[in-house]
Design a protein around this ligand. Sequence first.
Ligand code: 0O2
Length: 267
Amino acid sequence: MEIQLWKQTLRPYELAVDELTLKFNHIIKEYAQEGVYSPIEQVSGRVKSVTSILEKAQKKSIPIDEIEEQIEDIAGIRIICKFVEDIYAVAEIIKQRSDMEIKSYKDYIANMKPSGYRSYHIIIYYDVETVHGKKRIQAEVQIRTLAMNFWATIEHSLQYKYRHNIPKHIKEKLNSSAEAVLLLDKEMSSVHREIMDAQNSFVIKDNIVSCILSNIQNLYKIANKKEVMKIQNEFYRIYQEDDLEQLESFNKQLDVIAEGYRAQGIS
Ligand code: 0O2
């Protein structure tokens, strides 16, 4: 392939990475808006550099004109989760989507790589619309926990530094830290439910409080100031009690009051 064609070839992959990153980030947002725990913690994406593509093609004896077909991770998305259970929930979300078609997957969590690498990989087909029309590309979605990502990032940097010939004593440290990561993920899974509940109630409280605040702000514009001050003080009192049910019922009452003022404003 001519050098100047690389940029053009990689453009649809850049578009795919941008779109997929946005879509996965939107999932986090939707969960937050619905006050539900999100299995996705962070999302990032990258297009493989030309050097890395050429290195991989050389290593795997892939002819230049078969690169797009045979190198499945030119577009790469990384999804970071808190818990191992979340990884499988994310994989399920991807399976259910109509805009991503699963080509294959590799479960390096159930089958850890000899290096100690753990992650769940899904290769998807994804359509992008470019000025030259529709193009179906492949993208690799790597799903891992925060702990797995920490290990993989360090190990990747060491592979890069030692050009895949990591000294024995460092390999041993990597092996023992891979064991520690496995243990950490197991320990964290045992408090999965508690964390989910805590996070859910935090998100629910956060949503209720922002509804209350926006209602109070609106009331300030249309209602009697003294009455709004009373409502505000009542809100502070209930907030300090730290009782979600009370907060919810106060929010409902406030909704009715605000609605009444809106109705008065119309008539
Ligand atoms: P980069 O620089 O991250 O893009 P293989 O057959 O094992 O050579 P293949 O067929 O591409 O590789 O599939 P595999 O094994 O699923 O690896 C795909 C990607 O997973 C790799 O891309 C890495 O990002 C990551 N990965 C796989 N194994 C390891 C590992 O032992 N350590 C770390 N840190 N990451 C790993 P690239 O192109 O190799 O690298």
